[in-house]
Design a protein around this ligand. Structure first.
Ligand code: SF4
Length: 196
């Protein structure tokens, strides 16, 4: 993928759908600066918008407005890739969810299944939702490994309640989930949200 950026002093050309993408990133802690960056990115009508933590540092009202604008971009038939730790924003925007741990995608699937029923299937992804105040409010124990010193097997093993000897090998993705643990039917039902 190419990235066309106008040089300083040159007039900015309208982006060509085949050669450009628009990313959002700002180091400013100011919510208004963050939102201005989002608005500028949306003006170009790029076919693919990459939003990197677009709601970080915003208060709830600005988060809601930013989410609405991004959702409208996607609803207009254009693509949106949002990188975020804000699961509430992801739930409102995403059609599909990819959960990454230690640099790898560990779960990929439909947002409706992920945030509703049957819910996340990977232990790390489930831990992310369980850590939310509006859910179990239970943090995942431990810390993620250093990316430069990953273990040979599953990178989540040291924090995983389901780790077994099989987890000494990196799991291959099956049906969108990279994990050796397969819950029984009863365990899967117990993991479903109470209101599902
Ligand atoms: S592969 Fe093993 S350690 Fe890794 S998440 Fe699955 S059960 Fe846990």
């Amino acid at each position: 993928m190419n990235c066309a950026r106008p040089q300083r002093g040159q007039p900015s050309a309208r982006p060509s759908p085949s050669t450009t993408w628009t990313g959002i990133r700002t180091s400013s802690p100011g919510g208004l600066a963050q939102r201005a960056a989002t608005a500028l990115a949306l003006v170009g009508e790029a076919p693919l918008l990459i939003a990197d933590e677009p709601t970080t540092g915003l208060d709830r009202d600005l988060v809601d407005r930013t989410v609405d604008e991004l959702r409208r971009h996607a609803a207009d038939g254009r693509a949106l890739l949002m990188i975020t730790h804000d699961l509430a924003a992801a739930e409102r925007i995403a059609d599909r969810v990819a959960v990454m741990y230690a640099g790898r995608i560990v779960e990929l699937g439909a947002a409706a299944d992920f945030f509703g029923a049957p819910g996340p299937r990977h232990p790390y992804a489930r831990g992310l939702l369980d850590a939310l105040p509006e859910r179990a409010f239970t943090p995942i124990p431990g810390q993620p490994p250093e990316l430069g010193a990953l273990p040979d097997g599953c990178a989540f093993a040291a924090r995983c309640p389901h780790a077994t000897a099989a987890c000494e090998a990196v799991p291959e993705p099956i049906d969108g989930v990279s994990c050796h643990y397969v819950p029984t039917d009863a365990q899967a039902r117990a993991q479903e949200p109470a209101d599902a």
